[in-house]
Design a protein around this ligand. Sequence first.
Ligand code: SF4
Length: 375
Amino acid sequence: MAGIYIHIPFCKQACTYCNFHFSTNLDLQNDFTAALLKEIVLREVYLQGETVETIYFGGGTPSLLSSQALCQILDSVSGHFNISQDPEITLETNPDDIDTNHLDVWRKAGINRLSIGVQSFFSEDLAWMNRAHSGEQAIQAVEDSKKAGFDNFSLDLIYGSPGLTDEKWDFNLHKAISLEPAHISCYALTVESKTALYNMIKTKKTIAMDPDKQASQFLTGVQKLEEAGFEHYEISSFARPGRRSRHNSSYWQSKKYLGLGPSAHSFDGTSRQWNVSNNALYIKSLMAGKVNFESENLLPKDLLNEYIMTSLRTSEGLDLQHVAEHFGKQTGNLLENNASVYIHSNQMVKRHEKLVLTRNGKLFADGIAAALFFD
Ligand code: SF4
């Protein structure tokens, strides 16, 4: 079982906090589609015939793709890969791109899951983030998606921004729940270098993030969403029963995936590859019949550390038997021993041979994982 990720590297405008690979120059869209279609052909052997369970259009802004380009890409993927009978096909969308025409095209093309970048229902916060939509547009976009028959949709929300009071965060959570999504993702606003937000803080145009406020808003989110019947199955991810993101779950289960498009990463079980993060270079290389990428072979310790990092973020936790089977019994024992300090501090529990972070431990997930890494 495997997944395919397709990176669409264009956005209408740059959100202040974003460090993903994208360009606001839309002139290369047609050339990009032509290059991507070539990459699909060149990469058809990467997954070695494994059945593809999930296809995920991410970005950038995939909802900017023309109907023709979207259909061409999906047709080509179906023609060159072994797609399962019941694939999950997700399209990341921004509310300002959602209308009845687009929704109709997406459904007919085979998209069966939408991930909608709401972020907030407060227009002033959206303007501060330089998002291209308003709070009202976000609500309308969700209503239109439901009317068009998309019952499997996820809403993205951001917490911890300077202007987001606890009252506003409560409102965003309640509003999101009332729209009846199958899934909600909540992300803490982080400050990445080379972003407008980084410069805004450096030049004191905005105040820095408050980690205590972020922690308390995270805990509020967990509590409210669990009370509303969502399962908190990964640090940032909440799903109605049976509605987990199959694509993201496959990353956390170390399944193979192929990444197509500039900056996309791939994993074949033993090595990782990443495509060049430059639209012009990506296109140029594919027009010459080559994929421009770098790669690294993963050592057993790299695979183990990735497993520690990803598994601790999930509600299933880190399986000590899996570690013993794949990395040796001694490694499993050492890991359990090293983790005991977090069990004593109530940041972790051991349940049926699995190490699972408590709600408090989830606040420090990345730090705890890093402390457990093997050199
Ligand atoms: S729309 Fe998404 S990818 Fe584009 S700039 Fe905003 S956050 Fe980044």
